[in-house]
Design a protein around this ligand. Structure first.
Ligand code: HEC
Ligand code: HEC
Ligand code: HEC
Ligand code: HEC
Length: 315
């Protein structure tokens, strides 16, 4: 037994050594930053969503925002006077698209599909494989779809069912908390009068112009959330805002920036005060507690606790 073990150890170690080398080589390739392919790529199949997106401020701002009041001055103060070449502005205002891995990414659109659903270079092939070249999307079995969903998620796709992840991602840009932006630039932006809306709220901003909910069975109608779903979206949005603001407070030395994040956190705390399931999050505003809250309220109607705060009109 012992001899057998010892004899096997050496070949095993050799195999393990090569496996590690192999993994390293592979990891090098796969660990290159995922990149955006741009909205035109998605629009080939997603016509309805593309049509809605093209009517949004996200899409239209590509041609206008650099001409807005203050845009040039803000850009100049943070580095490059051209917004599209300014490494701060591009983080939130544009979709940086690359032709292939390692090629320089250029701003090709305003915030678009991949700004919300994740840069697609690593998940695109997975997304479009329903179980082999001859299997169409509507023929995919449940087990394959579950596997594909897990793989695509691991490769960076943000699915609509990831309610918390979606709201968290909006808050990064809209809460000026994008981790790609340096703290000293945030300070300059706020001093220069860049808009900062501490009352940004997920339902108000997601159920108007940007809404696309073409789900089965009727995939031709843009659906709307019912009251219960709106109440959950409101709570999840506030949870994401509280976590985002709490984490962002230390991002910059600017007193103005800190004040803005404190105001965001306070607004979220007020909104969540009547939600029993939010107690742990309010005591300790971590991402884990927010994700747990989102899971705990799944399927529930929280209109009693937050219905009065739901917005009457949408952006
Ligand atoms: C070759 C066609 C095709 C392309 C290209 C394509 N998709 Fe899809 N996508 C589909 C089909 C079919 C579905 C529905 C089946 C499914 O759930 O994946 C879908 C579903 C989705 C979903 C919803 C998943 C769910 O069930 O909740 C998202 C989000 C999505 N696509 C985003 C994108 C984005 C972003 C791009 C561009 C980077 C893109 N897709 C490119 C065909 C495509
Ligand atoms: C952390 C994300 C983020 C960064 C970085 C950022 N912006 Fe913005 N910007 C936004 C958001 C979000 C809005 C929309 C605010 C709103 O409507 O509540 C906005 C709005 C604007 C507006 C007003 C747009 C209009 O239609 O009137 C201008 C101008 C602007 N940004 C310029 C810049 C410039 C120039 C830079 C680079 C120095 C920059 N922004 C960097 C997120 C960002
Ligand atoms: C501002 C963020 C944002 C942008 C930009 C965006 N999406 Fe979405 N997308 C969402 C959200 C949020 C949902 C979930 C909707 C719901 O169920 O409440 C969603 C849902 C979806 C779905 C499933 C529902 C449906 O409509 O079929 C698909 C597919 C999808 N998006 C594709 C796209 C494509 C393609 C683009 C670009 C043309 C795009 N999205 C742009 C945020 C965004
Ligand atoms: C990559 C950064 C980014 C992400 C992610 C993002 N946005 Fe935006 N959004 C912007 C910027 C920048 C503007 C301002 C464009 C302008 O005015 O020039 C904007 C504007 C908007 C507007 C138009 C507001 C108005 O006053 O008309 C709505 C609505 C909106 N976003 C909703 C959302 C929602 C909801 C999400 C998440 C599902 C989201 N955004 C995610 C950057 C982002």
């Amino acid at each position: 037994m012992h001899i057998l073990t010892r004899r096997l150890v050496v070949p095993f170690m050799v195999a393990a050594f090569f496996a590690v080398i192999g993994t390293v080589a592979f990891a090098d390739k796969a660990s290159a930053e995922p990149f955006n392919q741009g909205p035109a790529k998605c629009s080939e199949c997603h016509k309805a969503e593309a049509e809605i997106w093209s009517g949004t401020k996200h899409a239209k701002s590509f041609k206008t925002v650099h001409k807005a009041d203050k845009a040039k001055a803000l850009a100049k103060a943070t580095g490059n006077k051209s917004m599209k070449k300014n490494e701060t502005c591009v983080q939130c205002h544009y979709t940086l698209v690359a032709k292939e891995a390692g090629k320089k990414a250029k701003p090709k659109a305003g915030p678009s599909c991949e700004s919300c659903h994740g840069a697609s270079s690593d998940w695109f092939a997975i997304h479009n494989d329903y179980g082999g070249p001859s299997v169409k999307a509507d023929q995919e079995d449940a087990a394959h779809k579950a596997g594909r969903k897990a793989q695509a998620t691991a490769a960076g796709m943000r699915w609509p069912s990831d309610r918390y992840g979606i709201a968290e991602n909006c808050n990064a840009c809209h809460g000026l908390a994008n981790p790609g932006v340096a703290g000293d630039k945030l300070a300059i932006m706020l001093d220069g009068g860049h808009p900062a809306n501490a009352n940004w709220e997920y339902v108000e901003y997601s159920q108007g112009s940007i809404r696309h909910q073409f789900y089965p069975p009727d995939m031709t109608t843009n659906g709307e959330m019912d009251g219960a779903a709106l109440s959950r979206a409101f709570v999840i949005g506030q949870a994401a805002k509280l976590v985002s603001a709490t984490a962002a407070m230390g991002n910059s030395d600017s007193a103005k920036y800190k004040e803005f994040q404190v105001a965001r956190a306070a607004a979220a705390r007020t909104a969540l005060a009547g939600v029993d399931a939010a107690a742990a999050l309010l005591a300790d505003p971590t991402r884990d507690n927010a994700v747990a809250l989102a899971a705990a309220i799944d399927g529930q109607d929280l209109s009693g606790a937050v219905g009065g705060m739901l917005p009457g009109t949408y952006k």
